[in-house]
Ligand binder design. Structure first.
Ligand code: GLU
Length: 469
């Protein structure tokens, strides 16, 4: 049997880390089994679903590199199919029209509460065959079995059993004719051949209703795997209050997708005490029985640590491709980026010196575009009497250099410092300020190579002018 999993987000907002973890686990399980992964957009709630949310989900999935084999399917494009299944259920007497008014339902509810009962539909229209005028509004309810139990063996939570008497006849079609979530999800998972439903445990209580529906349809019941939720570092349910929660916000903050994916895989899954996993290792080792039952806590420090790891260890070209996105976000044009150093060269020079790609792009901006002002503290500390003369002499030495590489530059400047009988700091630091606007950068030779010869010389000249005043 081919294993098939799906990720089925409701596009009511951005993709948050909880959703991304669900997507990752579903994707990993499909890849581990050599099966298929489906992306399905559950957009039947037309009021709350938006196109920007759909776009954000797809963009996030692409950025995380969670590729799907089928879809995206849209539930709003499947209404004919839902209508067909509902008609069938009505015909077979497995569903019925319910004409109960809002007032009646509220009354039933109030009475049940008064008696200390769990509020639920009382089945009033289940066997009501009285005539109704065609324009009288109704919903369609599923005839849930009234006796017995419904049970399933959740891959994470173990055996779960509900009494059918606790479940009521849930609505499968609203008064406006639109189908409901619990209904569509079953028809979709059936039609799409989903074998394993991996989702958040906020859906555990929907599962018995859905199983009864599968059975009424004569459809195979998939395996269920409900993931415990993610908590913030303070133990409360993860929310905006804990900082970034949307996947794209992590991108904007300068995290690598590999770092976030590696971080997410360990949120509720383990393989010995291993922390760092390549994609191949994750796919190879991921199994559902190693998912933890308890909620997992989000730990930003660990994510930072993983990000630093991947910035240093992934191929610089790969990190550079992501840096490019950040450079453009710094307001740099396509031409400016093309005319500057290759992003991978920046990665090599800065991966040990910065914590995020956002920071790296901010620091590297000076290699692609001129800066407007010098860092005041750096100027105060390093630009002294005589600095302009040092800068001028360094400018001449550098202009005359036969080749433009870090070694040659470093050597020429060391020779100049020796000739002037001053420490290298008194040469290198004013030059750093002149070239980058600040006093911190990689080795001076590397810095100048990144900046390029022409730009370096122009900046030295510009600094001489600025600092002579
Ligand atoms: N659309 C549901 C949600 O976003 C998920 C449904 C499911 O996975 O079964 O919560």
């Amino acid at each position: 049997m081919e294993i098939k999993t799906r990720f089925a987000p409701s596009p009511t907002g951005y993709l948050h880390v909880g959703g991304a973890r669900t997507a990752l686990f579903s994707w990993l399980y499909a890849r581990h089994c050599g099966g298929k992964f489906v992306l399905r957009i559950e957009d039947t709630d037309r009021e709350r679903s938006t196109q920007p949310a759909i776009d954000a989900i797809i963009e996030s999935m692409k950025w995380l590199n969670l590729s799907w084999d089928e879809g995206p399917y849209y539930q709003t494009k499947r209404f004919d199919r839902y209508r067909e299944v509902i008609a069938q259920l009505l015909k077979e007497g497995k569903a019925y029209k319910c004409y109960c008014s809002k007032e009646r339902l509220e009354q039933v509810r109030a009475d049940q509460m008064k008696q200390g009962l769990k509020p639920r539909y009382d089945g009033h229209c289940r066997d009501d065959h009285s005539e109704h005028s065609p324009d009288e509004p109704y919903v369609i309810r599923f005839k849930n079995p009234q006796t017995g139990t419904v049970a399933f063996d959740d891959m994470v939570k173990g055996h779960i059993e509900f009494q059918n008497s606790e479940l009521d006849d849930f609505i499968i079609q609203r008064t406006d004719g639109t189908p409901t979530y619990n209904f569509c999800v079953v028809v979709d998972d059936w039609d799409m051949g989903i074998t394993h439903v991996i989702r958040g445990d906020d859906h555990v209580n929907n599962t018995p209703r859905q199983i009864n529906l599968y059975k009424a349809l004569g459809a195979p019941v998939p395996v269920f795997c409900h993931l415990a939720m993610i908590l913030g570092d303070d133990g409360a349910k993860l929310s905006k209050r804990h900082g970034a929660v949307s996947v794209m916000q992590y991108r904007e903050d300068g995290y690598l997708p590999e770092a976030l994916v590696n971080y997410l895989v360990r949120l509720g899954w383990s393989h010995g005490d291993q922390e760092i996993f390549s994609r191949e290792e994750m796919i190879r080792d991921f199994t559902l029985d190693a998912i933890t039952k308890s909620a997992s806590g989000f730990n930003t420090k660990k994510l930072d640590w993983l990000n630093a790891h991947y910035m240093k260890t992934l191929p610089p070209e790969e990190v550079g491709a992501e840096l490019l996105w950040h450079l453009k976000r710094q307001g740099l044009s396509e031409e400016a980026v093309k005319a500057g150093p290759a992003p991978e060269a920046v990665v090599k020079a800065y991966c040990e010196r910065t914590h995020t790609l956002k920071e790296m792009a901010q620091k590297a901006r000076c290699y692609y575009a001129d800066f407007d002002s010098y860092d005041e503290k750096a100027v105060k500390k390093w630009i002294k009497e005589g600095s302009v003369s040092v800068l001028e002499q360094a400018g001449s030495v550098l202009k005359a250099l036969p080749e433009w590489n870090a070694q040659a530059i470093d050597k020429a400047l060391e020779d100049l410092a020796a000739k002037l009988e001053i420490g290298m700091g008194k040469v290198g630091q004013p030059l750093r300020v002149a070239v980058t606007g600040a006093a911190v950068s990689p080795g001076i030779g590397d810095t100048m190579v990144l900046c390029g010869r022409e730009r370096t010389l122009a900046r030295i000249a510009r600094a001489c002018e600025a600092f002579s005043k």
